[in-house]
Design a protein around this ligand. Structure first.
Ligand SMILES: Nc1ncnc2c1ncn2[C@@H]1O[C@H](COP(=O)(O)OP(=O)(O)O)[C@@H](O)[C@H]1O
Ligand SMILES: [Mg+2]
Length: 179
């Protein structure tokens, strides 16, 4: 009896996950150590994933810059001198992209303050305090969830506008823009 109950629950959970997956057209997950050398890897991987939406060079550059800022924050502020895992989950829903970047590091004490232009807790490391401002200006939406001592998750969304490729040269330019 107990076993049946558990089996039913498992089936329900699998169905729920399936329903969720069917909401997205594509999804990918990436996990890597919080080494500065992995920042380029992260931004190039997300750019390659998003490139199926045929973004313009500007749209791709905006996404890469936003990813780079969020990943750098996990490495520099989230984990500081320690090493930890940075996670990225990217999803494509029609022509929208949603990117979640998270760490399980130190967390942000005051998110509202952290979002303000020029606010930094690491002025000594020559940080500009413009990371969140850049993410907000390059992406359509930026959500920050953070719990002190537990970590930070940044969720960014951007709509990739449908565009007509004028000629073959533009198409080649886009392919070159991934890196
Ligand atoms: N992942 C994170 N973990 C902990 N603190 C963070 C994280 N991301 C940002 N912060 C905090 O928010 C502040 C503002 O971030 P940001 O706008 O990127 O500027 P900067 O990185 O130049 O300091 C940081 O100085 C830091 O205090
Ligand atoms: Mg920053």
């Amino acid at each position: 009896m107990q076993k049946n109950k558990r089996t039913n629950k498992n089936v329900r959970n699998v169905n729920r996950r399936k329903d969720k997956i069917e909401m997205y057209d594509n999804e990918m997950k990436l996990e890597f150590l919080s080494k500065s050398s992995n920042e380029a890897f992260a931004r190039i991987t997300v750019a390659a994933f998003v490139s199926v939406l045929d973004p313009t060079i500007e749209e791709l550059a905006d996404i890469k810059t936003a990813v780079s800022e969020a990943v750098t924050n996990c490495i520099i502020h989230g984990y500081e001198d320690k090493e930890g895992i940075v996670k990225i989950r990217a999803r494509i829903i029609k022509n929208n992209v949603e990117i979640e970047i998270s760490d399980t590091g130190k967390g942000i004490e005051n998110v509202e303050l952290a979002r303000k232009p020029l606010y930094t807790t690491k002025a000594n490391l020559e940080r500009s305090g413009m990371g969140f401002t850049i993410m907000e200006s390059f992406m359509d939406e930026v959500e920050i969830d953070s719990v002190l001592g537990l970590g930070t998750k940044v969720t960014m969304r951007k709509k990739i506008k449908k565009h007509v490729v004028d000629d073959i040269e533009d198409e080649y330019a886009n392919v070159g823009g991934v890196c």
